[in-house]
Ligand binder design. Structure first.
Ligand SMILES: [Ca+2]
Ligand SMILES: [Ca+2]
Ligand SMILES: [Ca+2]
Ligand SMILES: [Ca+2]
Length: 269
């Protein structure tokens, strides 16, 4: 193998390793909350850790538009999206089976992970939610949207929207089997005992956009009624790097150096 071929080969290996590393980490994050001893009380998001960075600045839902939400009938498990909270949690307004858009925005628009939208299995919903600031792409390598789902047993479809509510980019379906254990449980009014909470992290790249004003959230009866919260990472806010954790790829760094010498431009972009 000639030197050039060797370098190219090493370069491809490094790219592959870094790519796999990025995609594997993309959805993983740690949820830091005020307490996890009482699943019925307020569970307040304090920070998120991802890729050794701590995120403390968030953008919250401040408006919702209901495009579709199957109404509830006499059957308690009918309908689709409702507002739900921990049995002993505080709420912005009372929980309802057929909430209006303002109530949905209020339950999503705070840091209380025990204020959620509870979805039923039988109906379907399609709801636009807007964040209190524009969510923009940056070079942090961090996800921009963080979701939690009670029960780790439901799916949720997500697509970016612009400021007027038009869908942009591509829709993605967050699958129950892709959830990461968020490390805490909640016990809400709609369930009799506590359930594990799972999480998904989503980047703007996954949604095929470089910025978004909000997201369209939808579920059909096949999604097993997602029971969720979503909070966005505020853009243009510095995250706090933790010392001594600069990618655990020391051995790869040497190879990357070889590659950098080979094609300085490509690497420095
Ligand atoms: Ca419900
Ligand atoms: Ca669920
Ligand atoms: Ca309960
Ligand atoms: Ca449900």
């Amino acid at each position: 193998m000639k030197f050039n071929q060797l370098v190219t080969s090493i370069g491809l290996t490094v790219s592959t390793v870094l790519f796999v590393s990025n995609s594997a980490q993309a959805a993983n994050f740690t949820t830091n909350i005020n307490q996890k001893t009482d699943a019925k009380k307020d569970i307040l998001l304090e920070s998120i850790q991802q890729k050794d960075q701590t995120i403390t600045q968030f953008s919250f839902v401040n408006k919702a538009v209901i495009n579709k939400n199957t109404p509830r009938t006499k059957d308690a498990n009918s309908g689709a999206a409702s507002t739900d909270s921990g049995d002993k949690a505080t709420t912005p307004v009372i929980t309802k089976e057929d909430p209006d858009a303002v109530e949905i925005a209020k339950f999503l628009g705070n840091s209380n992970l025990n204020n959620i939208i509870d979805g039923e299995d039988t109906g379907s919903f399609n709801i636009n939610v807007f964040f209190d600031s524009l969510i923009k792409e940056d070079n942090s390598g961090l996800d921009s949207l963080f979701f939690w789902e009670r029960g780790m047993n439901s799916d949720l479809m997500v697509q970016a929207i612009d400021s007027t509510g038009n869908i942009i980019g591509n829709a993605i379906t967050l699958l129950r089997k892709q959830q990461q254990d968020a490390g805490f449980k909640i016990d809400t009014k709609e369930i009799g005992k506590s359930q594990e909470v799972g999480s998904w992290g989503v980047s703007l790249a996954q949604l095929g956009v470089t910025s978004l004003s909000g997201i369209q959230l939808s579920a059909t009866s096949k999604f097993n009624g997602p029971d969720f919260k979503v909070i966005a990472r505020k853009s243009s806010v510095k995250t706090v790097p933790e010392p001594g954790t600069v990618i655990g790829l020391g051995s790869v760094a040497a190879l990357a150096f070889v590659r950098r010498r080979k094609s300085n431009k490509a690497i420095s972009q």
